[in-house]
Design a binder for this molecule. Structure first.
Ligand SMILES: NC(=O)c1ccc[n+]([C@@H]2O[C@H](COP(=O)([O-])OP(=O)(O)OC[C@H]3O[C@@H](n4cnc5c(N)ncnc54)[C@H](O)[C@@H]3O)[C@@H](O)[C@H]2O)c1
Length: 250
């Protein structure tokens, strides 16, 4: 399939880009013309190879995005590589199930850090560059689990609810600078994280509750993320788009 040239000349930072949704998003953004900075705790070599195969430049950076000092260090490297950043896809996350009776404050904070603090730190790192260019797109990954009665997800759902509040408020503050901020809610999907944290049996069960009765894959959110990071969505901001096979209705 030929990809449209909707992102030609853009520089996109994709977090959690070593696999899963992150690799799928980075690859399609590159096919649409963007250079990619792939950030993850783990090496994002596979993603870099896919971006280069699409004919675009790629840089892989390893960092723990819950750590402000590590984010500061990669910010300098990002700007040195590309000169500026136009698009941030805040995709890094983790979704462990935790029994509320066993959950302690340290684990609560750790899960907030991965899913919410990382998005704040990365937005702060690149939004000045977007303001300088009077154009920017920030897309934050949330989750359709927020609309469901799933057990043992207190810290994760609290963080993803925070992502939606963060998205709405940041959209207001950044709009004067030509920067939009939106969130996307995927369904339980067969990414590496989906297989580890959720497991095949529950993935199939969730698929059975969706209007579209198949397990979500890494590529199922890519079109929505591409729309929200392109010129086409210039008048869309502060929104949460649910791309989940028709399970959660807003
Ligand atoms: N897959 C699903 O079922 C599902 C459903 C709803 C929402 N989501 C959300 O989509 C996003 C991506 O999910 P996925 O399924 O691709 O997950 P995944 O586990 O397959 O990939 C997540 C990536 O984030 C990276 N990461 C985790 N913590 C990090 C940190 N502190 N610093 C830097 N990188 C870090 C991991 O190394 C990994 O490569 C997450 O925000 C997740 O909450 C996923």
């Amino acid at each position: 399939m030929n990809s449209p040239s909707t992102h030609t000349g853009r520089v996109a930072v994709v977090t959690g880009a070593a696999g899963g949704f992150g690799t799928a998003i980075a690859t399609e953004l590159a096919r649409r013309g963007a250079d990619i900075i792939a950030v993850d705790l783990n090496p994002a070599d596979k993603t870099v190879a896919a971006v280069q195969e699409a004919g675009r430049k790629a840089l892989a950076l390893q960092a723990d995005l819950t750590d402000p000092q590590q984010v500061e260090a990669i910010t300098a490297e990002m700007l040195e590589f590309a000169g500026h950043v136009d698009i941030l896809i805040n995709n890094a996350g983790a979704f462990p199930f935790r029994d509320i009776w066993e959950l302690d404050f340290a684990e609560w904070k750790r899960i907030q850090g991965i899913n919410l603090d990382s998005q704040f730190l990365m937005a702060k790192a690149v939004m000045g560059s977007m303001r300088d260019g009077s154009w920017g797109r920030i897309v934050n990954l949330a989750s359709n689990s927020l609309g469901l009665a799933v057990r043992d997800m207190v810290p994760y759902m609290a963080a993803k609810g925070g992502v939606i509040g963060f998205t709405r408020a940041l959209a207001t503050d950044l709009a004067p600078h030509g920067i939009t901020v939106n969130a996307v809610c995927p369904t339980a999907s067969s990414t590496p994280g989906g297989k580890d944290f959720i497991g095949d049996e529950v993935l199939e069960m969730v698929a059975g509750m969706q209007a579209i009765k198949r397990v979500g894959t890494a590529t199922d959110i890519v079109g929505t993320v591409c729309f929200l990071s392109s010129d086409d969505s210039a008048f869309v901001t502060g929104q949460t788009i649910v791309a989940d096979g028709g399970l959660m209705r807003v």
